[in-house]
Design a binder for this molecule. Sequence first.
Ligand code: AMP
Ligand code: GLY
Length: 430
Amino acid sequence: MDMKILVVGGGGREHAIVSALSRNSDAEIYSVMSVRNPGIEKLSERVYIAKETDVSAIIRFAESVGVQYAVIGPEAPLEAGLADFLEEKGIGCVGPGRAAARLETDKGFCREMMQKHGVAGCPFYRLFNNTEDACEFVLEYDGDLAIKPVGLTGGKGVKIMGEHFEKEGAVEYIRSLSGGVVLEERLIGEEFTLMAFVDGRNLVPMPLVQDHKRAFTGDVGPNTGGMGSYTMADHMLPFVTPGDYEKAFEIMKDSVALMEKEGHLYKGILYGQFMNTAEGPKVIEFNARFGDPEAMNVLTLLSSDFTDIVKAIVEGTLHECNVTFHEMATVCKYLVPEGYPENPKSGDPLFLNNPGEAHMYYANVIEEDGRLYTGKSRTLAFVGMAESLTRAEEIAESAAASVEGAVRYRKDIGTEEVLRKRILHMKEIR
Ligand code: AMP
Ligand code: GLY
């Protein structure tokens, strides 16, 4: 029987997922997304337009086309329990059930679990259900804090004292929130992402990635979903020692094991975002899915068959699965609409010229009568893949520069200069 796979989500990450699934196999792809993604559409047997959280509509579609597997891209359907419902119908999922996905969807739960099970790398934190108590804590605490609404915010809800505001601004921000809030020590260091394929017990790591969350060149401005990212040819990062890497991977393994102890087998992708501090890696957060943009780096690099990995995750046989990545560097640059993330302009025409050797992934692009227009979210991404970071950056840069329209991107991502800055920063704090 032909392999039929459902892919949920319509962003750049999901275009990278679908590209990787189609690259080495003749699996049929069936896609669900709320806004039609022209890149995914080209690679799919069928596209069904529905909200990614509309669980019953997605189940009906999945059953009607007869998929055996599903890969769930974004976090919102995980929180809605899509994986649980698909599994009930006998459809194997890459993506944890609702209870296990709380590692991402409930920041308070994540911290409490790490503390309860003594997982290393948990920063000092306090969880508040009442915003006035949180404000009081901020006023009394001697030092800077990270302020995190407990629920999902699309990567845009976290604000940092000493960067976005001082005490008074922090109090004002907390008062504007509803629901719980986590306050935690502000970690100083260099961020990196370690993602792993997880089958419930076994983890297979992917190359280390560094994302750039800030809107503007030089790491200033508001947090975004991620403006771009890079990986090195050796799959490590020059400011992460092998010892740091081992610690980070242990933390990921311990976290998967604790979910099993709690009775929630964790299957899918585990995304660890770490701050490499003077004392080693600390967990900024876990995500229950691929990072976006990080997925575009690692899935462009993936040289083995992604459909084999999907089967192994579902069957619990990852330890027997062949997982390989090209020994090359990648740089991903996201184009975003002007005004993103706070006041994105949308509906502007976009003209693609020659992207050269770059891989192009569509994100929030609207295609009408053969023309492309910007949406309110990240527009499209270019990934350069080459023997060296310098060459990978050149490929991504010239592709990004070739697009005409009301979009911008960060020119600094993946440059030697930024890399030197990161290495120097790490030397300063250690
Ligand atoms: P998150 O949405 O948790 O990924 O956080 C967004 C960004 O906020 C991260 O990429 C970090 O740059 C920053 N951040 C989150 N938590 C902390 C922390 N405890 N200390 C310093 N920066 C943080
Ligand atoms: N790149 C950060 C995220 O996907 O949450």
